[in-house]
Write a protein that binds this ligand. Structure first.
Ligand code: ADP
Length: 357
C-alpha cells in the first residue's frame, strides 16, 4: 500500500477510535476520558491499535485498570481493528520540546546492527536534499557513529561565533551532527544512565540547526535508553524501519516497533536492505540473509514496504570509503533506489522545500 494511503488509513482509524472513546464518560468528573486527559494517545499501525493512558490522570491503579477493561472491547469492536493494546504511557520525565525551525523529524531505526540502517539514513538524507529540501542528519547511533565514515567527513564540529552552540558540518547539501565529529578519532563514548539523556539533549538543543524541512535521526539498533531520550527531546513525526529479510532481524524489528508505539511514535514504513544478491551475468537474484521477511511483516502490520535494496558489493566498498552513490555515482542503480525511497517519503509526508517556520 502506498505510504500516503497507509498513513491516511491509520489516521482515519485513530480518529474513529478517539470518537468512540469520547463516549466514555468519567462520572466523577462528568467529563469524557479524551477531554479529561486520561487518554494520552491513540496510535494505529495498520489494524493494530495502541491506546496509551496517562497514569497521572488517575487517582489509583485500580481506576486505570477499570478504564482499560472498559475501553478494550469498545475499540476491538470497531471495523478495521485487528488487535488492541491498552496500556499506560511510559513515564517520560518532561514534555517534548518543539525544536524551532525544524519542520519534521524522522527516525531511521533497525532491530539489529549491521543491516544497513546508517547507509540508508545517509543516502536518504542526500536524496531528499537533492529534491531541494533542507535536510539535517543527526547520527544518534552514539555507540557506533558511522555517518562521518559513510560521508567521508573528518575533523571536529565548530561552534557558532558567540560560542553558545555547535554548528553542524555541511556536506553535499546536508547538515550533519555526529558524535564521531565531536570525539577524538577512535575514542569510545561512555554514556550511562542520566548522561544518555543529558548528552542527547545537547545534540538537539545545543546545535544551531538553522531552518530545516526535515531532520533525519540515525537511531541506534534495538531498544535502549538512547531511544527513550530521543523520543523525550524530539517530537518525532515517525520512524522508518530498516531490516534484512531474515526472520531474526524481523523479530527484533517488531520489538522496536512496539517500543515506538508505546512512545506514541508511528512507524511509517519498512525498508528491506540486503534483500538478495543479483548475479551480474544472468541478473538472477539469490537470497542472502533469508527471504521475504519484510514483505511478510508489511502484510501483517499494514505498513508500506518503501524500498527493497539488494546487496550491492559496490555500495559496500563505496560507502565504507566515504563515497555515497548519491554523490559519486548519481546515475547508478543504487542512487535510483534511494531517489525512489526519498520520493515515496516526500510524497507520503507532504515534504516541500522551504516550508519550515
Ligand atoms: P547499520 O547502521 O545497520 O549498523 P551500516 O549502514 O553501517 O549498518 O552498514 C553495514 C555495512 O553494510 C557497511 O559496510 C555498509 O557499507 C554495508 N551495506 C549496507 N547496505 C548495503 C547494501 N545494500 N549492499 C551492500 N553493502 C551494504
Amino acid at each position: 500500500m502506498p505510504l500516503a494511503d497507509c498513513a491516511e488509513q491509520s489516521e482515519q482509524l485513530e480518529t474513529r477510535v478517539i470518537t468512540t472513546l469520547k463516549e466514555v464518560v468519567d462520572l466523577e468528573r462528568d467529563l469524557d476520558v479524551v477531554s479529561g486527559g486520561q487518554i494520552y494517545a491513540v496510535v494505529a499501525t495498520g489494524g493494530a491499535v495502541r491506546v496509551l493512558l496517562d497514569p497521572e490522570r488517575f487517582p489509583d491503579e485500580a481506576s486505570q485498570s477499570a478504564l482499560a477493561e472498559t475501553i478494550q472491547p469498545l475499540v476491538e469492536a470497531l471495523p478495521g481493528v485487528e488487535r488492541v493494546v491498552v496500556k499506560p504511557r511510559p513515564r517520560l520525565a518532561a514534555p517534548r520540546n518543539r525544536l524551532p525551525g525544524i519542520q519534521r523529524i524522522l527516525g531511521v531505526h533497525s532491530g539489529k546492527g549491521g543491516v544497513g540502517k546508517s547507509t540508508v539514513a545517509v543516502n536518504l538524507a542526500l536524496a531528499l536534499a537533492a529534491r531541494g529540501l533542507r535536510v539535517g542528519l543527526l547520527d544518534a547511533d552514539v555507540y557506533g557513529p558511522s555517518a562521518p565514515t559513510l560521508l567521508g567527513l573528518s575533523g571536529r564540529l565548530e561552534t557558532t561565533k558567540d560560542g553558545t552552540k555547535m554548528r553542524p558540518m555541511e556536506t553535499q547539501g546536508i547538515r550533519v551532527v555526529s558524535l564521531g565529529l565531536l570525539l577524538p578519532a577512535g575514542q569510545a563514548l561512555i554514556w550511562r544512565g542520566s548522561l544518555v539523556d543529558e548528552g542527547l539533549g545537547q545534540l538537539f538543543n545545543d546545535v544551531d540547526w538553522g531552518k530545516l524541512d526535515l531532520l533525519l535521526i540515525d537511531l541506534p539498533p534495538g531498544t535502549s535508553d538512547v531511544h527513550l531520550a530521543v523520543a523525550r527531546h524530539a517530537p518525532l513525526s515517525g520512524v522508518i524501519t530498516v531490516t534484512a529479510p531474515g526472520q531474526v532481524s524481523v523479530d527484533d524489528v517488531r520489538r522496536g516497533m512496539e517500543m515506538f508505539a508505546d512512545l506514541a511514535v508511528p512507524c511509517l514504513g519498512l525498508v528491506e536492505n540486503m534483500a538478495g544478491v543479483v548475479c551480474r551475468r544472468c541478473s538472477v537474484e539469490s537470497p542472502l540473509f533469508g527471504k521475504g521477511g519484510a514483505a511478510e511483516l508489511a502484510k501483517q502490520t499494514g505498513l508500506p514496504l518503501l524500498a527493497r535494496l539488494p546487496f550491492y558489493p559496490s555500495l559496500a566498498a563505496a560507502s565504507d570509503s566515504g563515497h555515497p552513490p548519491l554523490v559519486d555515482a548519481p546515475d547508478s542503480v543504487q542512487a535510483a533506489q534511494f531517489h525512489g525511497l526519498a520520493s515515496r517519503l516526500a510524497i507520503g509526508l507532504e515534504l516541500e522545500p522551504g516550508v519550515s517556520a
